[in-house]
Design a protein around this ligand. Structure first.
Ligand SMILES: *[C@@H]1O[C@H](CO)[C@@H](O)[C@H](O)[C@H]1NC(C)=O
Length: 390
């Protein structure tokens, strides 16, 4: 008798879970993947074939290039890329795949001269639409890192002209409307200089907030600090008080970006330091970047799959104020995100009714599951689960 009631309860719980799954999550899970991760050595080598059609709601290929005011992709294996896009969309017709233009290397300079006149911008826009349509992309992301005060008007114009052109294409093509998004800074000083937020809010479908790189080995004088603290730390003073996810999200919303258009970035990597003394706490003196990782090979930086290896024999401290962990081993210090901190971040974004979570980038999670022993894509999966549960 007791057993029967239990069975019923389980059955009903199962039905409820199924209904939730079918309804899907209202939140977006926007995942960037980078074209250079295919060049990493084995274990870190990530090719389009590694893409999971059901992991994210939106995938963003980074980055395309501009040549003679036209958009181009200079990928090693373009054929594989285009073929994969088509095949994973057949598997999951709801998945949106966007193409991103910009990035760190590209900087501001490569947007010139394209962005400088309405004629060259139109030339560019007219190259983008047929390019996206013919390769079956669902939209364009502009990750201009970062327009300065002189560029901010041209940046706005570019976005507004794209929005208009996508609207016209939508009417003419009778296909689904192309999405328009932008990868934008979370640094208050840059936000003030770079973005005409109310105008951008009207033209963009959503923003991908780059809410990370708040601290790193480029700072002078150099102290340990977290890449992506959720909240202000007790020791944060002056401009340091701006360098956290909560402040950046609030700032964008206060300046006129609707909360539901803010997709909050969660990094799949940490920033590292070499300690200058025996002092190991947050805001300790550092002498430089931490040692490069065996696979990403960049000083001051570790992918999550490298952090899992680093954690063996390291001492982990979870900051109660900033709600993120850091780890120390010898004179090496890393501030990073783990399953627990990404869950806390997702709860935060749900409380504010943001548009969803953005992942930079899926190729730096433990996508093979071999490094962390937490299954495939442990961080992205944790984000996905937290987004989906009430
Ligand atoms: C990635 O894209 C950039 C910009 O288009 C290009 O210069 C680079 O060669 C690409 N890398 C690979 C491995 O395809």
């Amino acid at each position: 008798m007791g057993a029967t009631i239990m069975d019923r309860k389980c059955l009903w719980a199962g039905v409820v879970v199924l209904l939730l799954l079918q309804g899907g999550s209202a939140y977006k899970l926007v995942c960037y993947f980078t074209n250079w991760s295919q060049d990493r050595q084995e274990a870190g080598k990530f090719t389009p074939e590694n893409l999971d059609p059901f992991l994210c709601s939106h995938l963003i290929y980074s980055f395309a290039d501009i040549s003679n005011n036209k958009i181009i992709i200079k990928d090693k294996s373009n054929a594989v890329l285009y073929q994969t896009i088509n095949s994973i969309k057949t598997e999951n017709p709801k998945l949106k795949i966007l193409l991103s233009i910009g990035g760190n290397e590209f900087g501001s300079k490569r947007f010139h001269p394209m962005v400088d006149s309405s004629i060259s911008r139109l030339d560019f826009i007219n190259s983008v639409i047929p390019f996206l349509r013919s390769h079956n992309f669902d939209g364009l992301d502009i990750s201009w890192i970062y327009p300065d005060i002189k560029d901010s008007t041209h940046f706005t114009e570019l976005i507004q002209e794209f929005a208009e052109a996508f609207q016209k294409d939508f009417v003419k093509s009778r296909k689904e409307k192309l999405l328009l998004t932008a990868g934008v800074s979370a640094g208050r000083q840059i936000i003030d200089k770079s973005y005409q937020i109310e105008k951008l809010a009207k033209a963009l479908d959503f923003i991908n907030l780059l809410s990370f790189d708040f601290h790193g080995s480029w700072e002078k004088p150099l102290f340990t600090g977290h890449n992506s603290p959720l909240r202000k730390g007790q020791l944060d003073r002056g401009t340091s008080s701006y360098y956290n996810v909560e402040y950046a999200v609030g700032y964008w919303i206060n300046k006129g970006m609707p909360a539901e258009k803010v997709v909050m970035g969660i990094p799949m990597y940490g920033r590292t330091f070499t300690l200058a003394s025996a002092e190991t706490a947050m805001v300790s003196s550092a002498s430089g970047p931490g040692a490069a990782g065996p696979i990403t090979k960049s000083p001051g930086f570790l992918a999550y799959y490298e952090i899992c290896q680093f954690l063996q024999g390291a001492k982990v401290t979870r900051m109660q104020d900033q709600q993120v962990p850091y780890a120390v081993k010898g004179n090496q210090w890393v501030g990073y995100d783990d399953v627990e901190s990404v869950k806390t971040k997702v709860q935060f974004l749900k409380n504010l009714n943001l548009g969803g979570a953005m992942i930079w980038s899926i190729d730096m999670d433990d996508f093979t599951g071999k490094s962390c022993g937490q299954g495939h894509y442990p961080l992205v999966q944790a984000v996905k689960r937290s987004l989906g549960s009430p």
